[in-house]
Design a protein around this ligand. Structure first.
Ligand SMILES: NC(=O)c1ccc[n+]([C@@H]2O[C@H](COP(=O)([O-])OP(=O)(O)OC[C@H]3O[C@@H](n4cnc5c(N)ncnc54)[C@H](OP(=O)(O)O)[C@@H]3O)[C@@H](O)[C@H]2O)c1
Length: 280
């Protein structure tokens, strides 16, 4: 097993590096000697990490709301850098609201950004890595694939789609030096809930159920591990050369609940989730 990520990878591209999991991934890679190109929608949000790491961290403006521009930004950096042998598709956000009560434009925007634009970046990344004959693509999905989050239908779809996409790539890349990791975090204490696009009309007939679900989502995040733990899990997976699904989070979420979701009948899983989120 390699001892640092720089034994395996020379240059990394990390989306959503301005905070939370993406910043922790970037710091972990930098500490291991891997130069990082990290993105945010505003370059100013990357000023602190850029200052801390001098020329080893390159800030990149990238907004998944415009997939074509995001791809251009990636390709421009890739050409200037000489190729990214590690790409971490991490950027993302949640949208909270009852499906029918929320304007469809909210769901459309979420799927455009978190599924279509994210796949577009993966497409560009895979082309480069295929041409060079090696590389690793990490798609940051979620344990929400196994335990869908309440009133976050667009998010659940985007992450289920992203994990299904990783499965397709794993199959296509079998027998090659192209590694794909379907990284599924459980709850982590980040700004994810603060950044949530929330639509709960004052007159919502489902208002009290939404409020209870939101309280539990908030409590879960407040009690969750720090993002450095996810970075340590990803580092271990990279060093071990793992490919496929990597679950990360508290022992209960990543092991017990994920095991239960796999083995229990779907009706039990739905019941347990509804009870947990105060929906019964
Ligand atoms: N925290 C959790 O419990 C958890 C659990 C499972 C999965 N995840 C996934 O982990 C990833 C990171 O989430 P996080 O918890 O670290 O959240 P976070 O602290 O809110 O960070 C999100 C990052 O994504 C970027 N971002 C958000 N919307 C974007 C857009 N439209 N275009 C480009 N960049 C965008 C943000 O950059 P700006 O500076 O531009 O805002 C920020 O760097 C997400 O894909 C999330 O779904 C998180």
């Amino acid at each position: 097993m390699s001892s640092t990520v720089s034994d395996l990878y020379r240059r990394a591209f990390v989306t959503g590096a301005s905070g939370g999991l993406g910043a922790a991934f970037a710091e972990m890679l930098l500490a291991d000697g891997v130069p990082v190109w990290g993105t945010a929608r505003e370059r100013a949000k990357l000023a602190a990490i850029t200052a801390r790491h001098g020329g080893r961290f390159t800030p990149v403006r990238l907004d998944l709301a415009d997939g074509a521009a995001a791809e251009r930004a990636f390709l421009e950096m890739e050409q200037a850098a000489g190729g990214f042998d590690l790409v971490i598709n991490n950027a993302g956000y949640g949208a909270f609201g009852a499906f029918a009560e929320t304007d469809f434009a909210v769901w459309q925007a979420q799927l455009d950004a978190m599924l279509t634009a994210t796949l577009r970046l993966a497409h560009a990344a895979q082309r480069g890595q295929r041409a060079r004959g090696r590389g690793c693509l990490v798609n940051v999905s979620s344990l929400a694939v196994e335990f869908p989050l309440p009133y976050m239908s667009g998010y659940n779809v985007a992450k289920a789609g992203l994990s299904a996409f990783s499965e397709s790539l794993l199959d296509e890349n079998r027998g090659t030096n192209l590694i794909v990791i379907d990284f599924r975090p459980g709850d982590y204490r980040t700004a994810f809930n603060q950044a949530m696009h929330s639509t709960v009309p004052a007159s919502s007939p489902q208002g009290s159920r939404l409020a209870r679900a939101w309280q539990v989502l908030e409590a879960n995040l407040a009690a969750a591990p720090a993002p450095e733990r996810a970075a340590a899990d990803l580092r271990r997976a990279l060093l071990a050369g793992r490919r496929g699904t990597v679950r990360s989070g508290s022992f209960f979420q990543a092991r017990v609940a994920a095991g239960f979701a796999k083995l229990a009948p779907a009706s039990w899983r739905r019941y347990v989730a509804a009870k947990h989120f105060g929906q019964l």
